[in-house]
Ligand binder design. Structure first.
Ligand code: HXC
Ligand code: NAP
Length: 293
């Protein structure tokens, strides 16, 4: 199938420098891989430097690109400023920030300690804010002609979701920040967009959201009208497009890539999917009969 293939023109991210938070694993790693394949240099950051160094080596060998691994806890503004400084020291500039780092786990909300709730808010909302603020100030001070911020949210940023309430609360904040800055910082040439992925299996997410046999009990692909989960390359294609100049007129948008998952839950009559085809003649006759009665 075409969706498993790379989409953009070869070399289209040449001379671009991107920072990907949480770039050492999961979706951050997949997006980083594709940015490298398209010619960008990429800084990957997270808390675990050994993991980042392993990923950097693997991806440099695979793509012949340049990866700089930088340890940075996005909750800490000083560390974020140091990450930016290391990026500039190595590459002399930065063109785009991908706020991908996140923390999450399922839990009834009343079981959470105040610190557990804060931990998720701090990684997702404060972390995205810290990076966006530090990079935005830099771009504005430098009078850089153009720059891009791309935030990874979720579809429950606008629907909300039970059992992941800190994450939903934080992602909603990130979405509000996306739309607000898209307007405020457009005058500085900074575009701000978001992607809302549906289920894309990763170890980080699945271990915390579907632990043990929940993976089998709640097969995520069954919730999706297209009856499958996402392929990492599909997300990487969209992210590369939004980070590239091809999307120069897209600003303040959140693009859902979920096979129709959230709408499936939203439409009041979507459950009529369960009605067998052969029952529709009978149902139609019943409805028409009422009209005459
Ligand atoms: C209740 C919990 C808990 C759990 C931790 N805590 N796990 N409470 N149930 N399962 C509590 C702790 O007891 C502590 O509170 C507080 O949370 C902080 O825990 P720490 O372990 O000290 O935090 P830290 O080391 O900073 O780790 C952060 C983490 C961890 C979020 C808890 O899971 C992590 O590192 N996650 C990073 C990767 C990740 O989450 N990836 C998934 C993203 S998926 P007390 O009160 O005891 O001090 C995603 C997908 C969305 O976002 C949509 C999918 C479809
Ligand atoms: P993941 O592999 O667990 O990615 C999360 C990353 O964030 C890790 O690399 C982690 O690295 C980093 N991180 C966590 N806390 C951090 C901190 N305080 N400072 C810096 N980095 C930190 O999970 P994923 O599935 O790829 O998730 C990536 C993004 O996609 C997240 O924003 C998530 O909300 C979003 N998303 C995923 C799905 C899905 O189905 N997978 C669906 C919707 C949205 P360290 O542990 O080394 O710090």
């Amino acid at each position: 199938m075409q969706y498993q293939n790379a989409m953009l023109k070869e070399g289209c991210l040449k001379d671009h420098v991107f920072v990907v938070t949480g770039g050492g694993s999961g979706l951050g790693k997949a997006m980083t891989t594709y940015f490298l394949e398209l010619g960008a240099a990429v800084v990957i950051s997270s808390r675990n430097i050994e993991k980042l160094e392993r990923t950097a080596k693997e991806l440099e060998e695979k793509t012949q690109g340049t990866v700089l691994p930088v340890q940075c806890d996005v909750r800490n503004y000083d560390q974020v400023e140091q990450m930016l400084a290391k990026t500039l020291e190595k590459f002399g500039k930065v063109d785009g920030l991908l706020n991908n780092a996140a923390g999450n786990f399922i839990s009834p909300t009343e079981r959470l300690s105040a610190n557990a709730f804060d931990t998720i808010i701090d990684i997702v909302l404060k972390g995205s804010k810290n990076c966006t603020l530090a990079f935005g100030k830099h771009w504005i001070n430098q009078k850089q002609e153009k720059a891009t911020v791309l935030n990874i949210v979720t579809t429950y940023a606008w629907t909300g979701s039970a059992y992941v309430v800190p994450s939903a609360t934080a992602k909603a904040g990130v979405l509000a920040m996306t739309r607000s800055l898209a307007v405020e910082w457009a005058k500085y040439g900074i575009r701000t967009n978001a992607i809302a992925p549906g289920p894309f299996p990763t170890k980080g997410a699945w271990d915390r959201l579907l632990p043990g046999d929940l993976k089998e009990k709640f097969d995520m692909s069954k919730k999706v009208p297209l009856k499958r989960v996402g392929e990492h390359q599909e997300l990487a294609n969209l992210a590369a497009y939004l980070m590239s100049d091809y999307s120069a007129y897209i600003n303040g948008e959140v693009i859902t890539i979920d096979g129709g998952e959230w709408l499936q839950g939203a439409g009041q009559f979507n459950l009529l999917d369960q009605i067998p085809e052969e029952m529709w003649d009978m149902l139609e006759a019943m409805i028409r009969a009422k009209k005459r009665g």
